[in-house]
Write a protein that binds this ligand. Structure first.
Ligand SMILES: NC(=O)c1ccc[n+]([C@@H]2O[C@H](COP(=O)([O-])OP(=O)(O)OC[C@H]3O[C@@H](n4cnc5c(N)ncnc54)[C@H](OP(=O)(O)O)[C@@H]3O)[C@@H](O)[C@H]2O)c1
Length: 289
């Protein structure tokens, strides 16, 4: 019988990790190993090596991180440890045991690099915040250790349900809560960013195992402002558009553009739906399930 490939997922209890686990659990060709905060202790290089020696994964999807921007600003040292040093420990283990590493990076590396068109992987980076700096440094060190590692620049993701009470609210849940409580939300007209359904990210993840080493944008393309996107989402949901108001002030001095260009990854046969098509499709599937 053909042996199943083993996928190790760190941060398996987090927002993305739980969706990836649910996705790969259903695929009989893979054996899933869910790493949690204590097992293995990512601060302990020797322990991580022993864990890899025992478990022998074929692929590592590294989701564990301090992913909250504010938390990284408030604790730069602690977040550096998790986002950079733990990542280094995992990259060394992958190098020792021939494991293909898939690293969850972020579109925040593009913040304030001066480019106002959809971002490409070759651009010079100048992230102003600790989170973006840490992701950028992690990408560099991974690719120094592992020429075949894949660093995915993910965008702001959403799902239609919250899987645990401690999960941070994401866009759809925020909208639903506002509609339920008759509250209004403001969204910027000077902000453009890739917004991606996490289910689409999970569905496409398997294809990243065959990518050559390097950095790849991995979030839905989008040409609209966040205000426009949310307005269109409400139309698709057949919900009251009055729940959102225009925020003309935020980013007016320095418009934010975190939209990404998917040309590079498309060459390898991976194509994520654009933000609005992705939302329409995923929403229809969600309400009909
Ligand atoms: N969500 C997004 O929209 C988004 C956008 C761009 C990039 N990303 C990146 O995608 C990855 C997954 O994001 P996410 O939204 O799933 O984040 P999340 O919900 O905050 O989950 C992060 C995971 O990391 C684990 N973790 C935190 N500190 C740890 C430590 N000291 N040791 C071991 N594990 C630790 C957490 O473990 P516990 O469960 O035990 O707390 C949790 O499972 C991250 O690298 C993030 O930077 C996410």
């Amino acid at each position: 019988m053909k042996q199943r490939n083993k996928i190790l997922i760190t941060g398996s209890g987090g927002f993305l990790g739980t969706r990836l686990c649910r996705h790969f659990e259903k695929m009989s060709e893979y054996e899933l190993i869910q790493a949690h905060r204590e097992q293995p202790d990512l601060s302990d290089q020797e322990g991580v090596l022993r864990f890899f020696q025992t478990v022998r994964p074929d692929y590592l999807i590294h989701c564990a991180a301090i992913s909250d921007l504010r938390a990284c600003e408030e604790d730069p040292k602690g977040s550096y440890q998790v986002n950079v040093e733990y990542t280094r420990n995992l990259a060394r283990a992958c190098s020792s045991y021939g494991v293909k590493m898939i690293f969850c990076s972020s579109d925040q590396v593009y913040l304030k690099n001066g480019v106002q068109t959809p971002h490409q992987e070759t651009e010079a980076l100048k992230p102003p915040h600790h989170y973006g700096k840490q992701k950028m440094e992690a990408e560099e060190l991974i690719l120094n250790h592992l020429s075949d590692a894949v660093c995915l620049r993910l965008s702001w993701m959403y799902d239609f349900v919250k899987l645990s009470s401690w999960e941070h609210d994401q866009l759809y849940v925020i909208l639903q809560n506002a509609l339920k409580n008759h509250e209004t939300l403001s969204f910027s007209v000077h902000d453009k960013r890739s917004i991606t359904c996490v289910r689409e990210v999970a569905r496409q993840m398997e294809k990243t195992f065959d990518l050559p080493g390097g950095v790849y944008n991995f979030g839905s393309e989008n040409q609209y402002t966040t205000y426009e996107v949310v307005g269109r989402m409400l139309e698709i949901m057949n919900a009251d558009p009055a729940v959102i108001i225009k925020d003309e002030k935020a980013f007016s001095d320095d418009p934010r553009n975190l939209c990404m260009d998917l040309e590079k990854i498309r060459k390898y046969g991976i194509d994520l739906q654009d933000t609005l098509t992705g939302f329409q499709d995923a929403f229809e599937r969600f309400i009909n399930q």
